[in-house]
Structure formats: structure tokens, C-alpha cells
Design a protein around this ligand. Structure first.
Ligand code: ATP
Length: 136
């Protein structure tokens, strides 16, 4: 078994989609090891998104992530890192496949790519690093 960090981002929480997203995660059979509502400060987000520092979308992304609460989830399961990213769909909700969280719930109007509902760690190294940041 394996663990990953999932975030329901501020757009997902604000739109009342936390339950719908959790339902898909639970239906897949993944285990909720820990879950909490978080309001991250800039320092936490700068650590989390360190690899994107300097990119044009970095500052808007950090601001967006401070715009409201997120739900942080420590999620466990067989190959859950790859599996959750497959449930989430591709980064841009406009073109994410139907059947995925981003494809089904992502809005394609007034869209900013950072408003893509969820985050999931992309490797075992990222998962360990990110779980330490969000859950200590
Ligand atoms: P995540 O890591 O959040 O699951 P991802 O791996 O699909 O998403 P990354 O390339 O790691 O995407 O980018 C991290 C986040 O930065 C994305 O989820 C999105 O919110 C934002 N982002 C990425 N590319 C862009 C872009 N071109 N414009 C605006 N925001 C972007």
C-alpha cells in the first residue's frame, strides 16, 4: 500500500463539491487516513509549490490557494498516487476526460487553470514531501 496527499482546492470547497469528490475517492476503495480543513499561509504554499517558483502562474496560484479553505487528505491505497491522478484527470479541466473529477466538475467558462478542483501528489518523493508539509 501507498500514501498520497490529496487537496480539494478552494474552488472545490467553495462550490460544495467536497462530498462528491470524497464519494469518488471512497467508491474507488481508497482509505481516508487523515482529513482536515486547512487555511494554508503563504509559507506553506511556497513550500508546496516550490517547483513552480518563477513560472508565470506561480503567484496567481499561491493567491488562489489562499482565497479560501481547502480540504487536505492523507489517502492510502494500492498504487494510490497514480490511481488518484487518473481519477482527477488532466491539469486543464477544459480538456480533462469525462468521467474524471476535473472533466466532470471543472468549469470551462471564466476558467483559470489553477481552478482545477483537486491536487494529487505526482510521485512517491512528492507524496512524502507534501504529506510532511500538510500533516507534519
Ligand atoms: P496538481 O499537481 O495540482 O495535481 P498537476 O500535476 O496536474 O496538478 P502541475 O503542473 O503540477 O499540475 O501544476 C500545479 C498546479 O498549478 C495545477 O494544478 C494548476 O492549478 C496550476 N497550473 C499549472 N499549469 C498552469 C497554467 N498554465 N496556468 C495556470 N495554472 C497552472
Amino acid at each position: 500500500t501507498e500514501e498520497t496527499l490529496v487537496l480539494v482546492k478552494p474552488d472545490g470547497v467553495a462550490r460544495g463539491l467536497t462530498g462528491a469528490i470524497l464519494a469518488r475517492i471512497e467508491a474507488k476503495g481508497y482509505a481516508l487516513v487523515d482529513i482536515r480543513l486547512v487555511e494554508p499561509d503563504r509559507e506553506t504554499l511556497e513550500r508546496h509549490y516550490a517547483e513552480h517558483e518563477g513560472k508565470p502562474f506561480y503567484e496567481p496560484l499561491v493567491e488562489f490557494m489562499m482565497s479560501g479553505p481547502s480540504v487536505a487528505i492523507r489517502l492510502a491505497g494500492n498504487r494510490v498516487i497514480e490511481g488518484f491522478r487518473s481519477l482527477a484527470g488532466t491539469t486543464d479541466p477544459t480538456t480533462a476526460a469525462p468521467g474524471t473529477i476535473r472533466g466532470d466538475f471543472g468549469r470551462d467558462w471564466g476558467l483559470k487553470v489553477q481552478q482545477n478542483l483537486v491536487h494529487g501528489s505526482d510521485s512517491t518523493e512528492s507524496a512524502a514531501r507534501e504529506l510532511e508539509i500538510w500533516f507534519g
